[in-house]
Design a protein around this ligand. Structure first.
Ligand SMILES: Cc1cc2nc3c(=O)[nH]c(=O)nc-3n(C[C@H](O)[C@H](O)[C@H](O)COP(=O)(O)OP(=O)(O)OC[C@H]3O[C@@H](n4cnc5c(N)ncnc54)[C@H](O)[C@@H]3O)c2cc1C
Length: 508
């Protein structure tokens, strides 16, 4: 039976926060503290109403709306040895690396977020211990605990699909008999995991339907985009009969799979050196190299202020760089625009009483087709949800661009309704009331969440290059590009690598 908006509690006065790339858009409910609504109203380019897109400086720059309304830049009179654009891992590493070389340098870090260090669910958490075979995929909801023996027999899928899945788990054959290990890996590198299941294994369509969201939580796209070679590397079902050496990755595996092969855990995010000055809510809108210094302009909510810099490291998303530095040669601008980050949506729901989740008896639930693909208990009293707007059937690049548009346009109400609906479906049977048991919902729409990962079958240049980032990076006068997008890898360690390279480039 479907629940009405009232049953779900959509009319309840709770704390609601809608963040867009880390910036609070508006206070939608009663109880939460200060939000930049006044600033938003005075923002000169908020011409399309209070939508996320209208309030985003990078989007206004991209669409050519920004300078129409921004007014003339005003020098603040400040001068720094280094200005870093972007206060993520790469920006912090660049500032720290610079101060290590030049201990008395004046360093300014500018970031467009309201705050740094927002909570991020770890990419490599333990796998789910239950799967919700949901109504979207299978017509009705069935929660199946995968930690207990015989779970495949309890899946609400066709009998033939159960047999196929059992075989893929327990005794898959050698799908490519007679081929060398290298040739087998090449074959896998040509396929997505979905195609592998359908075309190589000939599995019943319910098998692909059941497996589709296996990579979604960690990669922000599903098995229609996730490569079979990385599925093999991650230990997904279906590959054991190939007899491939599991001691080392394939050269075709994407950088993160290769990095994680021996269980390497990413280092904790570095803290910004106390000598550096951090300015938040300060999106940079222009970077120009000049005769004696570079000039960096940023929007402070009312006007564009400019500071002078002996050096500039752009540790922001690559795709915004062409708009900040229009003097860059066209070839580099094109290469920078090609670097497409993957969008992701994270929500945190604080519960009145976490007892319902505890009664469920599982920690992490994967959903097979519903809007939110992962729901996880976050002690002491919250549930974390992940959704992946990427249109996986188009691949990671085109799918991310299409998904980002969708992510920005989706009204907050729709997100809240889907959250309440899925929590009711999951926890309702163990005594949860979606109307009364939710205290607070925070949604973070990350249009640029994961740096692009070079992966097969989508990027023929991987692993031998040249990579789009090769053409994009390199110093440009006093300006260097140092975000993780500029490295042919993704994830946190790439950010540190990119930052250190940029510091070294400018120190030459
Ligand atoms: C939810 C989530 C979980 C993750 N978990 C892991 C993990 O467990 N392990 C792992 O290895 N990696 C993980 N990653 C990936 C890792 O966080 C990133 O690869 C890495 O932090 C990227 O660092 P960065 O500094 O290059 O980019 P970012 O962290 O994106 O920083 C770029 C900064 O630039 C700012 N910016 C953009 N444009 C402008 C502008 N015009 N002016 C001023 N500032 C601007 C942005 O607001 C942002 O703060 C995760 C990523 C996400 C989103």
């Amino acid at each position: 039976m479907s629940l009405t908006p009232r049953d779900l509690g959509l009319d309840r006065p709770i704390s609601r926060r809608d963040l867009f790339d880390g910036i609070a858009l508006a206070s939608l409910g009663s109880a939460l503290g200060p939000v930049p609504a006044a600033r938003a109203a005075s923002t000169p380019f908020a011409v399309r109403g209070d939508t996320a897109e209208a309030l985003s400086v990078p989007h206004a720059l991209r669409d050519g709306r920004f300078w129409e309304h921004a007014g003339a830049p005003e020098p603040t009179g400040e001068r720094y040895d280094l200005v870093v654009v972007g206060g993520g891992r790469a920006g912090v590493s660049a500032a720290n690396g610079w101060l290590l070389r030049h201990p008395s340098a004046r360093v300014l870090v500018l970031d467009n977020h309201d705050e740094l260090g927002d909570p991020r669910p770890p990419v490599r958490a333990a796998g789910p211990d239950a799967v919700m075979c949901d109504a979207e995929s299978f017509g009705a909801d069935t929660l199946v605990t995968t930690a207990s023996p015989g779970w495949i027999g309890r899946l609400p899928i066709a009998e033939a699909a159960r047999r196929d899945l059992l075989r893929l788990h327990d005794e898959p054959p050698d799908w490519f008999p007679g081929l060398s290990a290298e040739a087998k890996q090449e074959r896998l590198a040509e396929l997505t995991y979905s195609r592998f299941l359908r075309e190589v294994c000939g599995a019943h369509p319910d098998v692909e339907r059941f497996c589709r969201t296996m990579p979604s939580r960690d990669w922000a796209y599903d098995a229609r985009a996730f490569g079979a070679i990385d599925a093999w590397g991650t230990g997904y079902p279906g590959f054991a009969g190939l007899g491939l050496d599991r001691d080392k990755p394939s050269r075709y595996n994407s950088p993160t799979v290769r990095r994680d092969w021996h269980g390497a855990a990413p280092a904790a995010a570095p803290a910004l050196d106390g000598r550096a000055l951090l300015r938040l809510s300060s999106p940079v809108v222009s970077v120009r190299d000049g005769v004696s210094a570079a000039t960096v302009g940023y929007f402070d909510g009312d006007r564009v202020g400019t500071v002078e810099a002996g050096a500039v490291i752009l540790a922001c998303w690559s795709a915004v760089v062409p708009y900040l530095v229009p003097e860059l040669p066209e070839e580099r601008r094109r290469a920078l625009r090609q670097v497409v980050r993957v969008p992701a949506l994270h929500a945190t729901v604080r519960l009145r009483d976490p007892g319902a989740w505890r009664r469920l008896g599982v920690e992490r639930v994967r959903w097979t087709g519903a809007y939110w693909c992962a729901t996880e208990f976050a002690p002491p009293d919250s549930v974390r949800l992940v959704a992946t707007p990427c249109r996986s059937e188009l691949g990671p690049d085109a799918g991310s661009a299409a998904g980002r548009r969708e992510l920005i346009r989706t009204p907050y109400d729709v997100l809240e309704r889907t959250i309440r609906d899925q929590l009711a479906r999951l926890l309702g049977p163990v005594g949860f009331d979606p109307a009364g048991d939710i205290l607070e919902i925070t949604v973070n729409r990350r249009g640029h969440a994961y740096p692009p990962e070079h992966c097969r079958p989508w990027h023929a240049y991987h692993p031998d290059g040249p990579f789009p980032a090769d053409a994009a990076r390199g110093p440009f006068g006093r300006i260097a590009i140092g975000g993780s997008d500029s490295v042919p890898a993704a994830r946190a360690d790439a950010a540190v690598l990119a930052a250190h390279r940029a510091v070294a480039e400018l120190a030459r």
